[in-house]
Design a protein. Sequence first.
Length: 266
Amino acid sequence: MIYYKTEAEIELMRESALLVSKTLAHIAGLLKPGITTLSLDKVIGEFIRDHKAEPTFLNYKGYPFNSCISVNDVVVHGFPDKNELREGDIISVDIGVYKNGFHGDHAYTFAIGEPAEDVMKLICVTKESLYKGIEKAVAGNRIGDIANAIQEHTEKKHGYGVVRELVGHGLGRSLHEDPQVPNYGRKGTGPVLREGLVLAIEPMINMGKKDVYTEEDGWTVRTVDHKPSVHFEHDVCVRKGKADVLSDYSIIEAAEQTNPNLNAKY
Ligand code: CO
């Protein structure tokens, strides 16, 4: 069942998406070597509640934290823990909030210090692929057009591995609504996009092979070859002519650029 949102609902969803962006921007200002991801998760929970919202992920299907924090070869759903971030780490921070009856759900990958050049390239290309997917999120296109644009840019053009087991999704009163939004597929296939459909588009791209596995904790997804993986996610409303991006990277990027502990050169 696909739900199309009214203009009033879209504005509420924009508010939820923007609260995630603001939380990510706040975290961007705190990142540095030596900080633990568990301490970041605590700040994330407090920030969300201070803004009269609930952290979506906490207790979702038993998920035990406010956020997913995935470092280096962790693809997604990493548990915040007591390990300190180190110079050269890359870290995806994925946050969900529930406010006014709607969820926001998006993610950003940060580079601590100076990761290797090929790692910075992976971050850059994955972010580019998200925007190539978003360009296709217009009424009349199909899900496969988004999927194919992401796969072309990452797998075909740069030889990276596109994760198959995890996909983007519809977003609204539930965290996961129809349709699924894979990051691989054929143009002109899948459900047709209509105005008012809100999607979480989220490429998960591996530097090496596409294969991943889930750890014993039932959540943490890692690359089989232990090469790094990058994850970016935006909340996007399908419109005629041009997609409407509800989340906002510009405030995250501004915080990233003023934090001397981050490499924002991509
Ligand atoms: Co998502």
